[in-house]
Unconditional design. Structure first.
Length: 116
């Protein structure tokens, strides 16, 4: 399959060439390719939610996503989340962050959580 997107030399623009019909699988492949390109673009995706909100970055929200969780041998955690439009995404949470997540879920966090 011919590439449909190409990142320029300064990594701040992408040229798109989409002149075909796509089925669901083809669209998923395109979304994956675009996400891979976005990961190499400037400016990068904000590292924190606060930075994203300050930059007015679009945040995809979905109620009741499907999720799966698995403990890893190194003490970390693998989380899979399913978005209706983006599909399944897998995240590896390192051990150092698992303890804080456990504390949050068991109510051991003294700070009142903020929601966005």
């Amino acid at each position: 399959m011919e590439p449909v997107a190409e990142l320029n030399a300064t990594h701040d623009r992408v040229a798109l060439k989409i002149e075909r019909e796509l089925d669901a699988r083809g669209l998923e492949q395109l979304i994956h390719e675009l996400a891979e390109l976005r990961a190499h673009m400037i400016p990068s995706v904000p590292r924190t939610l606060e930075e994203a909100m300050a930059a007015d970055v679009q945040v995809i929200q979905q109620d009741q996503p499907s999720a799966m969780f698995r403990a890893l041998a190194d003490g970390g955690l693998r989380i899979w989340l399913r978005n209706l439009g983006l599909g399944w995404m897998a995240f590896r949470i390192p051990r150092r962050d698992v303890d804080g997540l456990r504390d949050l879920l068991t109510g051991k966090v003294s700070e009142t959580p903020r929601t966005h």
